[in-house]
Design a protein around this ligand. Structure first.
Ligand code: NI
Length: 140
C-alpha cells in the first residue's frame, strides 16, 4: 500500500484549460490520474536514456508489403541477430498486400533501441513505431 501525498500547482489558466480539454479527449476522469501518467511517462523516458541494465522492454509495430520477400527476409534476419532480446512476435495479414507485425523486446535499453531503429528504418517498412517502457518495478 502506498501513501498518497497532496500538493498544489500554480498554472496559467489557459494552460490549465488546455490540459483539461486534452484530458477529457483522452478519457481521464480527473487531473490527478492525468498528471500521474505524465510523471510516469517522464520517468520512463529518463530511465530509458540512462539504462544499460537490461531491465527495459518495448513493442515495435511494423506495417509492410509482404510481396517484398527481400524485406521479410531482412526483418527476420535482423531479429535473429538480436535473438536474445526478442521475446515474441505476432504477424497479422491485413489485406492482400499488407502485413502487420508486433515484436516484443526485453533487455538492455541500448540493444532494444538499436534493433527497433533498425527494423523501423528498413526500406519498404511503410509504418513503424516503437513504444519504449520498463519492467515497471520502480513505478507506482
Ligand atoms: Ni502477412
Amino acid at each position: 500500500m502506498t501513501t498518497l501525498e497532496r500538493f498544489s500547482i500554480s498554472l496559467d489558466r489557459r494552460l490549465l484549460r488546455q490540459f483539461d480539454a486534452r484530458n477529457r479527449v483522452r478519457g481521464y476522469s480527473n487531473r490527478s490520474e492525468a498528471i500521474r501518467d505524465l510523471i510516469r511517462r517522464c520517468l520512463v523516458e529518463e530511465q530509458w536514456q540512462a539504462d544499460e541494465s537490461g531491465k527495459m522492454a518495448a513493442t515495435v509495430t511494423l506495417v509492410y508489403d509482404h510481396h517484398r520477400g527481400d524485406l521479410m527476409h531482412a526483418l527476420t534476419h535482423l531479429q535473429h541477430e538480436y535473438g536474445k532480446i526478442v521475446v515474441a512476435s505476432t504477424h497479422v495479414h491485413l489485406d492482400n498486400d499488407n502485413c502487420l507485425e508486433v515484436i516484443i523486446l526485453r533487455g538492455p535499453g541500448g540493444a532494444i533501441r538499436r534493433l527497433a531503429d533498425g527494423l523501423i528504418a528498413m526500406k519498404g517498412v511503410k509504418h513503424g513505431k516503437a513504444v519504449f517502457t520498463t519492467e515497471g518495478k520502480d513505478l507506482w
